[in-house]
Design a binder for this molecule. Structure first.
Ligand SMILES: Cc1cc2nc3c(=O)[nH]c(=O)nc-3n(C[C@H](O)[C@H](O)[C@H](O)COP(=O)(O)OP(=O)(O)OC[C@H]3O[C@@H](n4cnc5c(N)ncnc54)[C@H](O)[C@@H]3O)c2cc1C
Length: 328
């Protein structure tokens, strides 16, 4: 690695923002990463880990040491009543879906078609179509940069929640492998509204169905680079919901015991911002939760649109939208 080389990461981020890194390195496994950190005397603030860049907003110039997992192995640890897989962080998420489908390992079908790496998937506890990844995580192997040790965190240690986990807060933890608990029996989870009246006799059909509806809803990545949903769906306490009349006309995506989950997309549409364009950054006409790059020069353009959406939604509904992607 030479400090004179600049690495162009423009093609490695979902928004296709121009991004350069002075130091960029791929590591194959946890031991390899520990060795790199010791040799270069790196502490966690020096590092920025990336996967496929599909949930990150890249800066024009990284001033940190950019690292990326390249380990690509999927290991079957146990295959008796249920299946345990050890999957290295560099595996692409949707390749794992195909691997499971081919081998008749079940449980992840609803998460088909989500871009990104296996290593990043637990970071925001990826979820779609009524399913969250945390339901199938047994444990996670991490490299802890703070003490340069390899550790295993069990599911409870990861503090999973809706689009949340410990990995969003503790940046010293670099995920190197994910252990998944899957089933040998196909038992599809079909509560989500898009599955109404659908019957699936095999996992391949459910996977194909999910991929197809995703393609219809989300703008094409090549013409409209994007990061999927830009805002989380707001979750409001029942008491706050009942006392805020402005929320009453909105759809309840999910009625939980003490809380109500609302649709951020519906709020953005209600304030008339669907299809907005400012300086090459816009809100997709196909899906109002998706911000698209139509010629952005930097992350500042994204922030401008993000701020405008937040302000309008706060004014109209008294709700603070939370951003889903991460500014690196
Ligand atoms: C078209 C589209 C559709 C999407 N649909 C969905 C969806 O349905 N549901 C959903 O939940 N998400 C969705 N996403 C978001 C995204 O695909 C996921 O969050 C995915 O897991 C990100 O993976 P990545 O490898 O690209 O992560 P990156 O963007 O590279 O990284 C994301 C974050 O994780 C950190 N990180 C990356 N790798 C590691 C690691 N090994 N250890 C520790 N931290 C790490 C990064 O520092 C960064 O903070 C969508 C995105 C797009 C573009």
């Amino acid at each position: 690695m030479s400090p004179n080389d600049m690495y162009d990461l423009t093609s490695q981020n979902g928004l296709k923002l121009k991004a350069l890194a002075k130091f960029y390195l791929e590591f194959s496994n946890a031991k390899d990463l520990i060795k790199i950190c010791k040799e270069n005397e790196l502490v966690s603030n020096d590092l920025c880990v990336i996967g496929e860049g599909t949930n990150s907003i890249f800066p024009t110039n990284f001033n940190r040491f950019v690292i990326k997992p390249a380990g690509n192995k999927i290991q079957i640890i146990e295959n008796k009543n249920n299946v345990i897989l050890k999957v290295e962080a560099g595996v692409k998420w949707d390749d794992l879906i195909d691997f499971c489908c081919k081998n008749n390992f079940y449980g992840l079908e609803n998460l088909a078609g989500i871009p990104g790496s296996v290593g990043a998937a637990p970071v925001q506890n990826i979820g779609a179509y009524g399913k969250e990844l945390s339901e199938n995580i047994l444990k996670i192997e991490v490299c802890d940069i703070s003490d340069k040790l390899i550790k295993e965190l069990d599911n409870a240690d990861c503090k999973f929640n809706y689009r949340e986990s410990i990995f969003k807060k503790n940046k010293s933890l670099i995920i190197t492998s994910v252990f998944l608990n899957l089933s040998n029996h196909f038992s599809p989870k079909l509560e989500y509204k898009d599955f109404k009246n659908q019957v699936f006799s095999k996992s391949a059909d459910l996977i194909a169905f999910v991929r197809e509806i995703r393609l219809k809803k989300i703008p094409d990545q090549t013409s409209f680079p994007n990061l999927g949903s830009f805002f989380k769906n707001p979750i409001v306490d029942k008491e706050a919901y009942n006392s805020n009349q402005r929320l009453k006309p909105l759809t309840q995506v999910h009625a939980l015991k003490e809380q109500v989950k609302l649709s951020a997309a519906e709020m953005i549409e209600a304030v008339g911002l669907k299809g907005l364009r400012i300086n090459g950054c816009g809100i997709s006409v196909k899906h109002s939760l998706v911000l698209v790059n139509t010629g952005i020069s930097s992350s500042d353009d994204i922030q401008r649109v993000e701020k405008l959406i937040r302000e309008r939604v706060r004014k109209a509904f008294g709700i603070n939208l939370e951003t889903e992607p991460i500014y690196l």
